[in-house]
Design a protein around this ligand. Structure first.
Ligand SMILES: [Zn+2]
Length: 677
């Protein structure tokens, strides 16, 4: 790129693209390119700016109204939250995938300090949502997002329910005012739990834990936010009064540990860049075992005075750098795109790939999400594509390697008809997915039956995928209730069945008639209703009959049921097809009542609970009632006879006592789990 005019156009383009991606990443928590591709764009822009626009503006161009300012720190602020100014700016770090950049960083600093080697600390780079917690005399007063680096959104309300967030450092001496920086994240486990629930409820899956955590932090409904378990890990020092309270980053880290707040497991003090590099390599080997997603290492000058002396550019501190590890990605051939029909009729395009090794597994399929995604990325059959298995989760097609594209390929045309039943596909306004509208669609029937029989629903043995397939293809079963009309003779028509195995299957099906009500409710496959909601509904309505007659209002009033779910349940029981099926299930003798005798069981008998602090989902009275209904005892004070102390926010002396005599402590969430088991 020789001349300034060309460079200007190119720089403008890059800035525009980066701003668009920033918007998607920071505000909508829904990026459309990989981190690595994004970092590449930023790097390209930086290099051009350095040559052509070092002051961040083209002198001759900045008057023009379409001049685009160089993007600085991504801005996550939303109008719905109030802004709060950080005591010390909260900058993001310069980052690199290149080992040489790291050593250049060290060289620059050594020049400033005229030293042959410098002491650093090495920490993991956590791929979460940056947060700043303000403590006044040890009490947390505020949680604020990074925002634009100067001021961020006050999200205190959405974070207070986080189990491991420290609200009281309760240890002295302490600085008067202290900003602790850290990261909110969602564990892989929780991410998978939520996606499994969504899969069961027939909803589109979330792409990765980082975006889901970011979305949850900014949820406008704190009640909804509480349902997703977030965690926090703290590592950074923001503003502090008195400002010379800490002299070393390692000392600050020790203090965090002493205060008992969640800290990173990996923290090493080193005395040179070479040692830091060894430490970085070591981190890459162990980081996959951490509960939080990591994507690199952060290297900081250990001395806080030296940090101050090195200072910052407008975008990033000069005393720290992030070295990012390459994510697990591979290039491979996209051999075909096939359509999967889900049990609610949702059509999911799936990429069939030439098998590649990724993160220790062979990957041959990747979800393409929906028609828009294929169009946006212009994915074609026969393309070479980059596949990524980020954070050991669902493989994704990141981008097409267009430079290898065969000229004969053509744009992918999304089918207009269901691949199995040939119905015209439909798409409701505002939805990304196309659906097959026919409830008689064999693929949907198969998926519904498999779901009904699955372990989380009716748990019917011997009724696996292959059997379901045959039952549907031979027209032996068209709807769920048909299962209960099967006979040994009919099963014997299927491949691979002998008299004994046919009897076993029939026996399992008959046995399932007595399953608990929530299992049946879940198995019906009402959109948005997973196991948790099915249990809530069962506890509330006590019979299938009562649930079918419930009003929208009654449904919405249940904790855990939102507008969308209520609407979906209400509509489900008003579809003729479903009404017929349910009547048939009742006639065939399935249990459709909540069995109070087993509910008021005694599986908490002999256990004594003490409740302290404030609880969120129930009042203490209500919680006590539930515990007692399950045979447990609730007592007012902690003693050696106490089995569990349930501690909500604000728990004080009882918590201290329980800790000192070794009573098991439960969070509210853990209590709910125990109750719902
Ligand atoms: Zn169909």
């Amino acid at each position: 790129m020789g001349n300034e005019k060309e460079a200007f156009v190119h720089i403008q383009n890059l800035r525009k693209r980066i701003l668009e991606h920033d918007e998607k990443y920071y505000k909508l928590a829904n990026p459309i390119i990989s981190d690595q591709a994004y970092d590449q764009l930023k790097k390209e822009l930086e290099e051009l700016e350095l040559t052509f626009d070092p002051l961040g503006l083209f002198p001759s161009k900045q008057e023009s109204k379409d001049y685009i300012k160089s993007p600085d720190v991504g801005d996550d602020r939303l109008e719905s939250f109030s802004s709060h100014r950080h005591l010390n700016p909260m900058l993001s770090l310069d980052n690199t995938y290149d080992r040489n950049d790291f050593f250049d960083f060290d060289k620059r600093l050594r020049k400033i300090f005229e030293s042959s080697s410098l002491p650093y600390v090495v920490e993991p780079k956590i791929d979460g949502v940056a947060i700043s917690l303000t403590f006044k005399n040890g009490i947390m007063t505020r949680a604020v997002t990074r925002g634009n680096g100067i001021e961020g959104d006050d999200v205190t309300k959405n974070l207070l329910h986080i189990r491991n967030i420290p609200t009281d450092l309760s240890s002295f001496p302490l600085p008067e005012i202290l900003e602790i920086r850290g990261e909110i994240y969602m564990s892989h486990e929780e991410f998978e739990r939520i996606n499994k629930e969504r899969e069961k409820a027939g909803l589109p899956l979330f792409a990765n834990p980082r975006n889901l955590a970011a979305g949850t932090v900014k949820l406008l409904d704190p009640k909804e936010a509480r349902k997703r378990k977030l965690e926090v890990v703290l590592y950074g020092l923001g503003g502090c009064e008195p400002s010379n309270y800490f002299s070393l980053q390692s000392q600050f880290h020790e203090s965090l540990k002493n205060w008992g707040v969640p800290v990173v497991e990996f923290f090493q003090s080193v005395s040179s860049a070479e040692e830091a590099w060894q430490s970085i390599t070591m981190l890459d080997n162990v980081r996959h075992e951490y509960a939080y997603p990591t994507d690199g290492a952060v290297i900081k000058l250990n001395s806080i005075e030296m940090q101050k002396k090195a200072g910052s550019t407008s975008k990033a501190p000069r005393w720290a750098i992030a070295y990012k590890f390459e994510s697990e990605r591979q290039s491979t051939l996209l051999e075909d795109i096939i359509m999967q029909v889900g049990r609610t009729g949702t059509i999911t395009p799936v990429a069939c790939l030439r098998p590649v090794q990724l993160a220790g597994t062979t990957v041959s399929r990747a979800s393409l999400h929906n028609a828009d995604e294929i169009q946006r990325k212009d994915i074609r059959i026969g393309d070479r594509v980059i596949v990524e298995k980020a954070g050991e989760i669902i493989p994704q097609v990141i981008e097409v390697e267009k430079q290898y594209r065969n000229q004969e390929t053509t744009s992918f045309i999304f089918p207009k008809f269901c691949p199995t039943c040939q119905s015209s596909l439909v798409r409701s306004e505002g939805e990304a997915a196309w659906r097959c509208p026919s409830s008689a669609c064999p693929d949907q029937t198969k998926a519904r039956l498999q779901y009904f029989a699955s372990r989380n629903c009716m748990d019917i043995d011997h009724l696996g995928e292959a059997v379901v397939e045959q039952l549907v293809e031979r027209n032996l079963v068209c709807r769920i209730s048909d299962l209960y009309k099967l006979t040994t003779e009919k099963i014997l028509q299927l491949d691979g069945f002998a008299h004994k195995s046919a009897q076993n299957l029939i026996h399992s099906i008959v046995q399932s008639k007595d399953r608990e009500l929530w299992r049946l409710l879940c198995g019906l496959g009402i959109k948005h209703v997973g196991t948790a909601a099915a249990k809530d509904l069962s506890n509330k309505f006590l019979s299938l009959q009562a649930l079918t007659e419930s009003s929208r209002q009654e449904l919405i009033e249940i904790d855990g049921v939102g507008d969308t779910m209520a609407e979906s349940i209400f509509n489900f029981f008003r579809e003729e097809e479903n009404v017929l099926m349910i009547n048939e299930l009742i006639r065939l003798g399935l249990k459709t009542n909540y069995d109070l005798s087993t509910a008021k069981s005694s599986y908490l008998s002999g256990k004594t609970f003490v409740l302290t602090g404030s609880l969120v989902s129930h009042t203490r009275e209500k919680a006590s009632e539930i515990i007692e209904s399950l045979g447990g005892k609730v007592s007012a004070s902690v003693s050696s006879k106490t089995s569990y102390l349930v501690a909500g926010p604000g728990a004080g002396s009882k918590l201290q006592k329980a800790k000192s005599i070794g009573v098991e402590i439960l969070s509210e969430e853990e209590l709910l789990k125990l109750i719902n088991n």
